[in-house]
Design a protein around this ligand. Structure first.
Ligand SMILES: C[S@@+](CC[C@H](N)C(=O)[O-])C[C@H]1O[C@@H](n2cnc3c(N)ncnc32)[C@H](O)[C@@H]1O
Length: 260
C-alpha cells in the first residue's frame, strides 16, 4: 500500500504544535490535562514564589497554548498584510517566546525579519513612579540570566544572528532601538513602570498595521499603564482579548483571524 505524502501545511502545523508543547514542557508537566487546558503555573507556588518542580524541568515560557496561538496568528497576519518590521518581546524570562518566534520565521519561510529579546536578565525592578502596584510585593522577580536564556535557545537549535539581545533595564536600553521598526511588539514585564517604559520607547516604532500584544492584562499595574498611555496619546484602536492576553493592531482591522 502506498502511503500518501504529508502536505506542507500538515508538516508546519505539526512542527509548530510540537514546538509549543516543548517550550511549555507540557509533555513532562502536563499530567492528565489537555494541552488546551494546561497551565504550567499550576506547578508554581504563588505564596512562596517557588516552583514545586526540579529546576531542570522548568518550562521555557509561562505562556499557555492560547497565548502562543495568538503570537502565531499575529505573525501570520503580519505576513499576509506585509506589515514592515521585526518582532520584539520585552520581558522574555527563559526565552520560550523568542524560541517560538524564531521557529515561526523558519516554519513560514519568512525572510529578513529579526527577533529582538529585551530583558534585564536580572528580573523585574521595583516600581519607582507607580505606587501600590501589587507586583512590588512579589518575592520572585522572575530572574533568568542571559547565559541561561542563550542556552535554552541553543538547546532548541534556534540560536543564530536573526535573534538580537537587548540586555539591561528598559529605561537604560530601549531608547537605543530608535532606528528599528517593529511589526510585532509583545510586552510581558508585569509592572506599571516596566510596561509604561516599554510603551514609551517601543510603541512609536510599531508600523501601521503592526500588532501590539500585552501579556499581563490581569495585572492592575500593567493594565493601568496601557490605559494611561493610550489615553495620553489618543489611541483608540479597539483592544481585543484572547486567553487573558490583550492585543490591538495599530490603525488596523483586528480581531485577528484564525484564533477560533
Ligand atoms: C513574567 S517574566 C516574562 C515571561 C516570558 N515572556 C515567558 O514567556 O514566560 C517578566 C520578565 O520581564 C523582565 N522585566 C520586567 N521589568 C523589566 C525592566 N524594567 N527592564 C528589563 N526587564 C524587565 C524580567 O526580567 C522578566 O524576565
Amino acid at each position: 500500500m502506498q502511503m500518501a505524502e504529508p502536505s506542507v501545511q500538515f508538516d508546519r502545523e505539526a512542527y509548530v504544535d510540537l514546538l509549543k508543547r516543548s517550550i511549555t514542557n507540557f509533555h513532562y508537566l502536563g499530567d492528565d490535562a489537555s494541552f488546551e487546558q494546561f497551565r504550567c503555573v499550576s506547578h508554581y507556588d504563588l505564596d512562596t514564589g517557588e516552583w514545586k518542580i526540579d529546576r531542570a524541568a522548568l518550562p521555557a515560557t509561562l505562556l499557555r497554548k492560547g497565548q502562543l496561538d495568538l503570537i502565531e496568528q499575529a505573525v501570520v497576519w503580519i505576513e499576509a498584510n506585509q506589515v514592515p518590521g521585526d518582532y520584539i518581546e520585552a520581558g522574555v524570562w527563559r526565552g520560550g517566546v523568542i524560541i517560538l518566534l524564531r521557529a515561526l520565521l523558519g516554519a513560514y519561510a519568512i525572510p529578513e525579519r529579526k527577533v529582538f529579546a529585551a530583558d534585564s536578565f536580572a528580573g523585574i525592578p521595583l516600581n519607582v513612579r507607580a505606587v501600590n502596584d501589587p507586583v512590588d510585593l512579589w518575592t520572585d522577580r522572575w530572574v533568568a540570566g542571559l547565559d541561561e536564556v542563550k542556552k535554552n535557545i541553543e538547546r532548541f537549535g534556534m540560536m543564530d544572528d536573526r535573534i538580537r539581545f537587548v540586555p539591561g533595564f528598559f529605561a537604560d536600553t530601549l531608547h537605543a532601538l530608535g532606528n528599528e521598526r517593529f511589526s510585532l511588539i509583545r510586552l510581558d514585564s508585569d509592572s506599571y513602570d516596566s510596561v509604561e517604559t516599554s510603551l514609551e520607547y517601543l510603541y512609536p516604532l510599531l508600523s501601521d498595521g503592526g500588532v501590539m500584544i500585552i501579556d499581563d492584562w490581569h495585572l492592575p499595574g500593567c493594565r493601568m499603564a496601557v490605559m494611561d498611555y493610550r489615553a495620553h496619546f489618543g489611541i483608540t484602536d479597539p483592544i481585543y482579548e484572547h486567553d487573558a492576553n490583550a492585543y490591538w493592531t495599530k490603525k488596523g482591522l483586528a480581531p485577528l483571524p484564525g484564533l477560533g
